[in-house]
Design a protein around this ligand. Structure first.
Ligand SMILES: Cc1cc2nc3c(=O)[nH]c(=O)nc-3n(C[C@H](O)[C@H](O)[C@H](O)COP(=O)(O)OP(=O)(O)OC[C@H]3O[C@@H](n4cnc5c(N)ncnc54)[C@H](O)[C@@H]3O)c2cc1C
Length: 376
């Protein structure tokens, strides 16, 4: 049996970044994944993810968002490739919306550049948007869009270059742990390490059950789709990424990038799924398309016909805050899960935090909000 310093189970968004940061430490590292990341079976596919700094989900996230942004720029320098598109992000909602309030308060507290706009200002600046009076906009010009699969690929390439072993199509089927070591078996082999990082996304509770732990994680089906648009109105050079808190739901989306069409999805809602069962495809569930088109008709009426749609998984915690912590009974196991549909932008910094946590049992970043203890 081969011995490692650290095994990472789940080499998706968080696990692949953790693998890269561990590769900088000189440790002997093994990454295991049941698929071949990046892939379309988990939570990280669909080309793009939004990164915002003034944070609607709470001011506590701002220092991490800023650190994550710094690390995305670092990855670009390291690889000579572009993963971040500075499109700006437009947040729209009523003044009473908690996400709008959080965005305004976090921009004040951390001196972030936010333009507060009336419904008229928004329509004047982006003719493709219609906003009823009573709504306001918070435009953050320094934020934008990350290319998700491409950045996972980049971390993978760098990790391998630095000596990390990655075994794909290796599904972990058993884990046993004691204070000194962890034994991990997959469908093809067994491995031993001093410590383990568990980053298995929607499958996290299956693996945690092997370690006598159950967390309140709810994997849900999400839909998103691309729509045909006029590039002069909705193209990446003229239109921002966006998040709209509306009376019918919370919608987000992206300008047409490389002429792919405007992409839109709904953040709230979704039905609970079993990650091992095939999910119904986009359009198979009643309302998949209608839910997105009613948003576009109301707020972006110049968009055209549906091009195609996809499904993906969020793994929700009850408070929609992440879980990043050491296992309560095994300090040689770190867990990162429950990213609740807003984790990708942080994957750079979460990867770094996990590498610190597993080697030093601590990190300098403040992750108190993500403690497992809060569910007691
Ligand atoms: C439609 C959609 C839109 C989103 N939009 C945004 C956004 O705009 N901005 C943002 O910041 N975030 C966004 N998110 C959220 C973000 O993408 C997720 O929070 C993030 O990808 C979660 O990362 P993860 O590492 O936990 O899971 P994943 O990336 O899914 O990785 C988990 C990995 O574990 C592997 N695995 C599971 N079980 C096993 C096993 N037994 N053995 C071995 N390997 C295993 C899986 O194969 C997978 O590769 C969005 C998510 C979706 C679905």
């Amino acid at each position: 049996m081969v011995n490692y310093d650290v095994i990472v189970v789940g080499a998706g968004s968080m696990g692949m970044a953790a693998g890269y940061y561990l590769s900088l430490t000189g440790k002997k590292v093994l990454l295991l994944d049941s698929h071949n990341p990046p892939h379309d079976k988990g939570s990280h596919h669909g080309e793009t993810r939004i990164i915002r700094h003034a944070y609607g989900e709470g001011e506590e996230y701002v220092p991490l968002a800023l650190k994550a942004q710094e690390l995305w720029y670092e990855l670009e320098r390291e690889t000579g490739k572009q993963f971040f598109l500075k499109t700006g992000v437009l947040n729209v909602g009523k003044e009473s919306s908690s996400s709008i309030k959080n965005i305004i308060s976090s921009s004040k507290r951390f001196s972030l550049p936010i333009e507060i706009m009336s419904a008229e200002d928004i329509k004047d600046r982006w003719p493709g948007i219609t906003v009823p009076s009573g709504f306001i906009g918070c435009y953050e010009p320094t934020s934008g869009v990350l290319r998700c699969e491409e950045s996972i690929d980049a971390y993978r390439e760098l990790a391998i270059l630095n000596g990390v072993t990655i075994l794909t199509n290796n599904r972990v089927t058993s884990i046993t742990a004691n204070a000194e070591s962890v034994e991990v078996s997959t469908n093809s082999d067994s491995f031993i390490a001093n410590s383990l990082i568990l980053t298995a996304g929607a499958w996290s509770n299956q693996l945690l059950a092997m370690l006598d732990l159950e967390l309140p994680l709810n994997p849900v089906r999400k839909t998103f789709a691309w729509f045909d648009v006029d590039e002069a109105i909705y193209g990446e050079n003229v239109f921002p990424a966006f998040a709209f808190d509306t009376p019918n739901g919370y919608y987000y989306g992206f300008p047409s990038i490389q002429k792919a069409g405007l992409k839109v999805g709904r953040h709230d809602g979704g039905t609970t799924i079993n990650p091992d069962e095939a999910m119904t495809t986009f359009g198979e569930e009643v309302g998949d398309q209608e839910d997105l088109t009613q948003f576009l008709i109301n707020f972006m009426p110049s968009t055209g016909k549906l091009l195609y749609g996809k499904t993906c998984t969020y793994t929700l915690t009850p408070d929609e805050d992440f879980i990043v912590d050491l296992h309560p009974k095994h300090p040689n196991i770190a867990i990162a899960a429950g990213f609740s549909g807003h984790g990708f932008k942080f994957s750079s910094v979460i990867g770094k935090i996990l590498s610190e946590l597993i080697i030093n049992r601590r990190t300098n970043e403040n992750i108190d909000l993500f403690a497992i203890e809060r569910f007691k």
